[in-house]
Design a protein around this ligand. Structure first.
Ligand code: CA
Length: 224
């Protein structure tokens, strides 16, 4: 999962970057409205955290522009305390949720998890696929009840596959959703990570669909 943080206060931006990175997300940061507008239009984020008070272009205008451009990414806005009219303007512009500053990072992470699972059409907090389980809150996964030891990229890969377990996912899509913008993106590395993940969860759990990509195999009758 890949998230864009739009925040002009350097300390808060750094804090959020670290927290989201530790929680297993690929993270990009935009310090002003102009860069936010550009990144949101060109990169396929899974969610966006958008401060409304921004230099160059204000957050509400950025959000309105994204929605006009057909960008449906879930957006959580950050508003100043007491500024109820900001929240109204934010929701009217297309926001999906909000947090008032100051807030606890844990609450932001919980709201993000909820936004991500709703946008992917999952009702429950934990993901399941056959005997595979993934707990986004703890950033942990298990198979047949046995905890998996995954690197952060393997975890991110499994999280994305489990969120979209009903369809085939191309290598390009994986590259776009697993790596931040500064990462040296080589779609061949995806194959390497798929290979490593197969070794840990069982080779037959990830199907290669020739020319199209990969699909997670969930045995019928299992909850998903
Ligand atoms: Ca601000």
């Amino acid at each position: 999962m890949r998230v864009l943080i739009v925040e002009d206060e350097p300390d808060l931006a750094r804090q959020l970057r670290t927290a989201l990175g530790d929680a297993g997300y690929a993270v990009d940061h935009a310090p002003d409205g102009e860069e936010a507008a550009f990144l949101g239009d060109t990169e396929p984020y899974d969610a966006i955290v958008l401060d409304l008070g921004l230099p160059k272009i204000d957050g509400v205008s950025v959000l309105e522009q994204w929605r006009r451009d057909g960008i449906a990414t879930p957006v959580l806005i950050l508003t100043a305390r007491g500024a109820w009219s900001e929240k109204v303007a934010g929701f009217d512009a297309g926001a999906d949720d909000y947090l008032t500053k100051p807030f606890h990072t844990e609450e932001l992470l919980a709201r993000l998890r909820a936004l991500l699972r709703r946008s992917a059409g999952h009702a429950s907090a934990n993901l399941a696929c056959g005997e595979l389980r993934l707990d986004p809150k703890a950033a942990r996964a298990s198979v047949d009840g046995e905890p998996l030891r995954l690197t952060s990229l393997e975890y991110r890969l499994l999280h994305y596959l489990m969120m979209h377990q009903d369809r085939v996912i191309s290598r390009t899509e994986l590259v776009e959703h697993l790596y931040d913008q500064d990462f040296d993106r080589d779609s061949n590395t995806i194959e390497v990570f798929i290979g490593r993940l197969r070794k840990k969860i069982g080779a037959d759990r990830i199907e290669t669909v020739r020319g199209l990509g990969y699909r997670l195999i969930c045995l019928p009758g299992e909850p998903n």
